[in-house]
Design a protein around this ligand. Structure first.
Ligand SMILES: *Cc1c(COP(=O)(O)O)cnc(C)c1O
Length: 403
């Protein structure tokens, strides 16, 4: 009976996400020597495709480790002892940024929202006016453990206007919500393949503005000759004509990611974002109709990548998740880290599972799992409400196609 020796039949977690057959085939391709012209071309193609999703023509660095590498590299590259930074905290990832910066001797000013809410851009403007010494603003666009988003479209321009640089954690918004790096004047944006674009963890996507490069170059503490060094990538790869890497790259990850990006971009950026939005709306409608409570304080700040559901009183989310996994072969997520870990159950709808009726399977699993623990849940009402969001009209020649 045990199903612990293989992955769940359905995976709806906060990420890493399930990958498509085409992406899997991408990972299964031959492993060339990294200076094989075909591989150099593929690497540059990946950079170009990532830039397209970041909506930027500034430099994009593909760092060779899971997205936390890119986040840490950005912070270490821009932070100096004694400088002042504004950290915007609406959840656990935002909090982590503060810890990293304080460890580097940065004077960290923080604005903290409730963890089911988002940062108010007016507060950011006020803080920047009060503290003209702020050189850097750090914000998480999509707080995955809480399933909430921050208005980076407003925060980016406000920070830029005040002359501060920005670091944006866009790991779970990349490909699921707009990340308009150029239009919003974002200096460093960090993402990864393992969420909405449907790849696997192993790479960091980092876009860097000219101003951010200048700040990094003049920062004596910025990592150099290091796995954490963005400057190594700039000097040895980008500026040297993209002929030699600063160190050996993760060939298999590049192969698989390239396939994932192709599949994503063939659908179209706008269309893919709309699909994630639709899946998220269906999940929220289903959760509410089942009589459960969304963690996000307001619909407008709910993530397109993942839906966080408040754990009903007296129930252990860990017990419910583990029961749903063993009884129904469906993997849901808890709150991932720190203070969020036991507060929510999350339905992920990023990447391939943003398609088709996946939200229905996830909602049914959640509803039945909670019902098995005695929570009153209206599973049918939830399915009905979600289908009202997902339903599509019959195409004019649709019936004829099967005749
Ligand atoms: C997924 C994610 C990361 C990457 O960290 P993991 O080690 O994959 O959890 C960073 N920031 C955010 C907001 C994420 O969602």
């Amino acid at each position: 009976m045990s199903n612990e020796d293989r992955a769940a039949i359905f995976t709806y977690g906060g990420g890493p996400v399930t990958v498509s057959p085409r992406t899997l085939a991408g990972f299964g391709q031959p492993v060339p020597f990294e200076y094989d012209p075909s591989y150099l071309k593929r690497f540059k193609d990946v950079e170009r495709k990532v830039a397209e999703i970041f909506e930027t023509d500034q430099d994009v660095v593909i760092m060779q480790g899971e997205a936390v590498l890119g986040l840490e590299a950005a912070v270490k590259g821009l932070c100096r002892e004694g400088m002042t930074a504004l950290n915007l905290v609406s959840g656990i990832f935002g909090k982590l940024f503060g810890d990293w910066m304080r460890a580097l001797g940065v004077e960290v000013i923080e604005i903290e929202a409730e963890w089911n809410d988002s940062i108010d851009p007016a507060d950011v403007k006020r803080k920047l006016d009060e503290h003209p010494e702020i050189e850097l603003v750090v914000v998480v666009q999509s707080e995955t453990p809480s399933g909430t988003v921050n208005p980076v479209d407003e925060i980016g321009p406000i920070a830029h206007e005040a002359g501060a640089l920005t670091i944006v954690d866009a790991v779970s918004s990349f490909g699921g919500s707009p990340v308009r790096t150029a239009e919003w004047n974002l200096d460093i944006t960090v993402a990864g393949p393992q969420k909405c674009v449907g790849g696997s963890p192993g790479l960091s996507f980092v876009s860097v503005s000219d101003r951010a490069w200048e700040a990094m170059s003049s920062n004596p503490g910025a990592p150099r000759s290091s796995f954490l060094s963005l400057l190594d990538w700039k000097e040895r790869w980008i500026d040297a004509g993209r002929k030699r890497f600063p160190h050996v790259t993760s060939v298999v990850d590049i192969n698989g990611t390239d396939a994932a990006l192709d599949e994503f971009l063939e659908d179209g950026l706008e269309e893919s974002i709309a699909r994630h939005d639709l899946a998220a709306r269906a999940c929220r409608a289903g959760v509410e109709a089942m009589g459960l409570e969304l963690w996000a304080a307001r619909e407008e700040i709910a993530s397109h990548a993942v839906t966080a559901v408040t754990v009903p009183e007296g129930i252990s989310n860990q017990a419910v998740i583990s029961h749903i996994r063993s009884a129904y072969d469906v993997m849901l997520s808890d709150g991932e880290l720190g203070e969020m870990i036991d507060r929510v159950i999350r339905i992920g709808h990023s990447g391939p599972v943003s398609r088709s009726l996946n939200p229905i399977v996830a909602l049914t699993a959640l509803g039945q799992g909670l019902s098995d623990f005695g929570v009153p849940v209206e599973i049918g009402a939830g399915v009905e409400a979600a289908m009202q969001v997902l339903r599509q009209p019959v195409e004019e020649d649709g019936a004829a196609a099967f005749a």
